[in-house]
Every structure is written in C-alpha cells, then in structure tokens.
Design a protein around this ligand. Structure first.
Ligand code: NAP
Length: 249
C-alpha cells in the first residue's frame, strides 16, 4: 500500500460534517482527495480551494451516491483524474427520524437508499480498480445506533446495522486482494446532523454520554487516518468512537 502522500482518496458526503473533516485530515496529510457532495457545491468548492492553497491536490465531484449510475460516475471520474483509487470512505448519510407508527415507506426507502445501498454502489464501482491494484482501504461510516438501536430511528439503525454486516462480508471476500474493509461507529458528534436536533432533546442526549460531551469531527477523522496509514492488519472491524454512549458487552 502506498504512503498517504501517494494515495487517492474518495470521501462521499465531504462537503460538510464528518466527511469534510476526513477529507481535510487526509488531504492535509498529503493524499489526493475527491470531495464528493450531493447538493452543497459551495462548501465543497471551498474545501477544494483550502486544500489546494495548502499545497494539496483535491477535486470536488457532484454525485448523489444513492443513485447507482452517479456512484459509478464518481469512481470513474476519480480514476480518470488521478489514475487510481486507494481509499474509499463511504460517509454520505441522512436521517429521517420518526417512530415506527409515523414512519412512511418513503422515509424508510430514502434512508436505506442513501445510508446503505450507496455503499454497495461505490464499492461495486471501485472494486475492479482496487482488485487490479491489489490494494485498497474501504471505510464505512456506520453509527452506534446500528449496534444499539434507538427510538425514532428504525430506518437509520437498519441502514447502519446493514453497513456492519456488509463490512464483515466484504472484509472476508476482499482480503485476498489486499483490500481491507472496516466500519466506524461514531456516537453523537458535533455536526449539522446533531445541531439539527432540538435543544431540549440534545441536552437529554448529552446526559447519556459518560464522557459528558459530544465528539468533534476531527476525532473521527483522526481514526480514519489511523486506519488508512496504520491499519494494514485491521479488517472486518467496527471501531466505536462514542464517548462511552454505547459499550459493547
Ligand atoms: P451532515 O453534517 O448532515 O453531512 C452529511 C453529508 O452527506 C453532507 O456532506 C451531504 O452533502 C452528504 N450527503 C447526503 N446525502 C448524500 C447523497 N445522496 N450523495 C452524496 N452525498 C450526500 O452529517 P454528518 O453528521 O457529517 O454525518 C456523516 C456520516 O456520519 C453519516 O453517514 C452519518 O449517518 C454518520 N454519523 C454521524 C453522527 C453524528 O453524530 N454526526 C453519528 C453517527 C454516525 P450535501 O450537503 O451536498 O447533500
């Protein structure tokens, strides 16, 4: 596996939040970075300028990864631009929180499509390149909610649990090609996703976190960098970064 400075990294949903922090961390570390976004063109372009000004190479590519053809195009444009793909971070995600009684079929389908099916689409598109190279690192952004469940998040927790199963199977199948596949399970991290929770509910959530604070995007980004730079012997794992909000038994 090449060093970070020789790697080509695709981060889905990198215009904001965790994806942005991951793209920044890897880009500042010297990787060539593809900043994927769906709608937020301006922040994606800003990030590309910021990385370029710092001496890095980055490009923003618009693609709704919940659409198989657009996900395929994202990977193809990456390989056209940079010649290879070493790291794929499947980070793009949304939530549509409602209790089961109120959850519509559309709420279910949309979240499964964006948060779970997209990961298959990008991996499916990246595999021919990674297998030919004989190396690759795939990181899927799950959630502690995929491990623990959460009231009001049946669609989201199903998608995130699905990613954990997908990760384990992909790790077993792809090890022979030198490709590792891992998940990260964040707790509550300070991004728009958490900022959009009403204040009162956020205060209640905070009380459930043993470390007494929400996490910072950079704390997830540093873990991604660890997996990318030092994780050659780590595959099929789910890394919990959650302030203790969920502790596996
Ligand atoms: P966020 O601040 O809402 O950002 C979501 C990102 O995903 C945006 O860049 C958005 O881009 C992109 N995105 C959404 N739908 C997309 C699509 N169809 N195609 C391409 N990009 C798409 O969310 P976040 O908090 O950073 O979360 C990032 C990931 O971490 C998600 O998978 C989330 O489930 C997971 N996670 C977050 C937390 C947390 O506490 N924040 C905890 C556990 C897990 P546009 O603006 O261009 O649409």
């Amino acid at each position: 596996m090449p060093g970070l400075e020789d790697m080509v990294v695709v981060v889905t949903g990198a215009s904001r939040g965790l994806g942005r922090a991951i793209a920044e961390e890897l880009g500042r570390g010297g990787a060539k970075v593809v900043v994927n976004y769906s709608r937020s063109k301006e922040p994606a372009d800003e990030l590309v300028s910021e990385l370029s000004e710092a001496g890095g190479e980055a490009v923003a590519i618009q693609a709704d990864v919940s659409d198989a053809e657009q996900a395929q195009r994202l990977i193809e444009e990456t390989v056209e631009k940079f010649g290879r793909i070493d790291v794929l971070v499947n980070n793009a995600g949304i939530n549509r929180d409602k209790t089961l009684k109120k959850l519509s079929v559309e709420d279910w389908d949309t979240v499964i499509q964006v948060d779970l099916n997209s990961a298959f689409y990008t991996v499916h598109a990246a595999l021919p390149h990674m297998t030919e190279q004989g190396s690759g690192k795939i990181i899927n952004m799950s959630s502690f909610v995929g491990e623990a469940g959460n009231v009001g998040q049946a669609n989201y927790s199903a998608a995130k649990a699905g990613l954990l199963g997908f990760t384990k199977t992909a790790a077993k199948e792809l090890a022979r090609y030198g490709i590792t596949v891992n998940s990260i399970c964040p707790g509550f991290i300070e991004t728009d996703m958490v900022a959009n929770i009403p204040e009162e509910a956020r205060e209640k959530l905070l009380k459930t976190v043993p470390l007494g604070r929400f996490g910072k995007p950079n704390e997830i980004a540093r873990a991604v960098r660890y997996l990318v730079e030092d994780g050659d012997y780590i595959t099929g794992q789910a890394l919990d970064i959650n302030g203790g909000v969920y502790i596996r038994t």
